[in-house]
Structures are given as structure tokens and as C-alpha cells.
Design a protein around this ligand. Sequence first.
Ligand SMILES: Cc1cc2nc3c(=O)[nH]c(=O)nc-3n(C[C@H](O)[C@H](O)[C@H](O)COP(=O)(O)OP(=O)(O)OC[C@H]3O[C@@H](n4cnc5c(N)ncnc54)[C@H](O)[C@@H]3O)c2cc1C
Length: 334
Amino acid sequence: MAKSKKKSIWVFGDYRNYYQNRVTLQLLSKAVDLSKTINAEVCALIFGHEVDEWIMEYTAHGADRILAIDDPALQSYSTERYLAIIEALTRQREPEIILIGATDFGREFAPRLAKRLHTGLSADCVGLDITEDGLLLQIAPSFGGNMLAEIVTEHHRPQMATVRPGTFKERPHDYQRKAVVERLPLMKNLPKPRVRLIEYERSVEKEHTIENASVIVCGGRGMGNREKFKKLQELARLLGGDVGATRPVVYSGWAEHGALVGQAGKHIKPKILFSFGISGAIQHTAGLGEADFIIAINKNPQATMIKMSDVAIVGDASDVLNNLIKELKKRIRE
Ligand SMILES: Cc1cc2nc3c(=O)[nH]c(=O)nc-3n(C[C@H](O)[C@H](O)[C@H](O)COP(=O)(O)OP(=O)(O)OC[C@H]3O[C@@H](n4cnc5c(N)ncnc54)[C@H](O)[C@@H]3O)c2cc1C
């Protein structure tokens, strides 16, 4: 198998459903930016059965090269098999960088791959860049999330990182783009999976799309109770947006986990963000990096959220919420 001479940034194609596919597209977009700085090509890895749709999709989103293995034996994701395949390909082709979405599957196999390749891995990165020396700068929460660490892998290759969904913005489809597509045969002697998928069914929990919402109404502990928190839905509905929440709110059961915004949850990029009764702890604001315009409502004028907002309203969260809903309804009727 010919080794491509140019440096290569690999993106693992996780396409199992809409949400996992989005993180792959976001990684491809970032990989394109990084590739310009180090003069590398962007290569997407696609394993599975009947994967042509994904070859087109990843080409349209920035891949210069696709390494695809299309075989019924790869119909369901298997950590052991995927590990064996990527390990072998990595040893043959020596990519500079491998980026993997921090999905459940990515989190399971990325550390195993790093161990096999005897290299480092920064998990759950919230930023990536290239240093002056051409190394991958991996920005990841550390010390229980109280600090952001900047990590480089100086001596070992590939440089590996997993990245949270929603951290980067995907590019628009460009169906004019072309990529070199290498269709590889399934390797011989792959390990027999110890886990066999018998059947699967989708979770009935509503899958949140707050990463893509352009208006988000986010609520914190300052909403007071579940009933008052629920009222945020009404404002979100009127504005065509979605509801986000802080960790105490999720832990209290006022909102489901999919609504969590911040280091342990989603990274959001709305055009308008309403922040009701939220103090602005760093673990929460870590998820707000790309919000365009923030309107914060808090009874404490010193709250961080108030200080970092574009419009600050100092007052009772529920009073402001109810007045806003009333006013909006009035304007819609007029
Ligand atoms: C490892 C780790 C990971 C974490 N990850 C996340 C994460 O992903 N997302 C996240 O959100 N948190 C996360 N946290 C928790 C985070 O540190 C904060 O505890 C949390 O964000 C605080 O939530 P809050 O603003 O709702 O509550 P609080 O900090 O209690 O703030 C409530 C705010 O409401 C205001 N208020 C009170 N009453 C009213 C009222 N009637 N009207 C108006 N304002 C009012 C108060 O002035 C205050 O500013 C994490 C913590 C750790 C240790």
C-alpha cells in the first residue's frame, strides 16, 4: 500500500446517527484550518457497510482523501475491529494527527488506540490550534475542569485528540469538491469481536439540538423551582429557540441531561442567548464561547454572567421572564 508523502490529518468518521455525524463534520472543518498551517492533507476514515453516502458527505465537507473499507463484516461498530484496522493503517501511513469525536464510541476506542501506538491523547478537547513549531496545540479541561491546559505531543506520533461535539462549526456542503478515494480491502486476521450486536433500538429520549439552535434560553438555579424553570420553554417556543440548563438544574431533574450547557455538556453557538438566574461559573461559560449576543438576567449585579453579557437586566428572573412572554405575545397579536 503506497504511503502518501504529504503530512496527513486524519478524522475518524463516526456517522452512526445525525448527532455523531455532526461532530465528524465539525472535526473535518477544523482539520481543514489546521491543514493550511502545516501544509497537510485532510483524510477521513470511513469503515462500515454501504458507505458511499459518507464518502460524498465527507468530501463535500473538506476531506482531501478518504480511506474507506466497505464490508459487511463492519456493519456494526466494533471497538476491537476498528482498533485493529486503524492501528494497522496508522503504522503504514504515519499520519501527523488523528482527531476523533468525543462520542461514547470515540471515548472508548481513542485511549486504546493511543496506548497501542505508544503516543499521547488529549481527551475532550475544547480547542485545537497549531503552535509556532508546527505542533498540534490541544486545549483541554484539567484539574476537575478548573483549568484549561494547553498540551502538545512533542516526541511521539501521531498527535491525538478527542473533541467534544459542538466545539467547532461545520462548513457548508460543497458538492463540487473532489477527494482521492482509496477503497481498501478488509484486512485479514482481524480479531473476532468478543461482543456481538444482537439488535439495537433508538433511545426514546428526545435528542436535543441545542448545539445548532440560533436562539437559546438558558436557565440556572436562580429560576427557583421546576415549575418556574418550565416557563423558559414558553419563551423559547415564542422565539423559535431551544432551552439550555446549568448542571444544578439538570441534577435537580428540572431539565434532561441533553440540555446541559458547559464543560460537561454541550457547546453552543446561538445568535442570541438568554441567561436566566445563572451565576456564570467557568464550567458553564466554557460552553458559551461562540454565543454572539448574550442577555443576562440576574438579581446580583456582580454575577459573572451579568458582567459578560451584552445586555444585563438586574432583577428577579421569573418576573423578567413573565414580562417578556407577555410583551412578546402582545406584539405577535398586533
Ligand atoms: C468538573 C465540573 C464540571 C462541571 N460542568 C458543568 C457544566 O458543564 N455546566 C454547568 O452549568 N455547570 C457545570 N459545573 C458546575 C458549575 O461549577 C456551577 O456550579 C454551575 O454552573 C452553577 O449553576 P447555576 O449558575 O445555575 O447556579 P448558581 O451558581 O447557584 O447561580 C445561581 C444564580 O442565580 C442568581 N439568582 C438567584 N435567585 C435569583 C432570582 N430570583 N432571580 C434572578 N437571579 C437569581 C444568583 O444571583 C446566582 O448568580 C461543573 C462543575 C465541575 C466541578
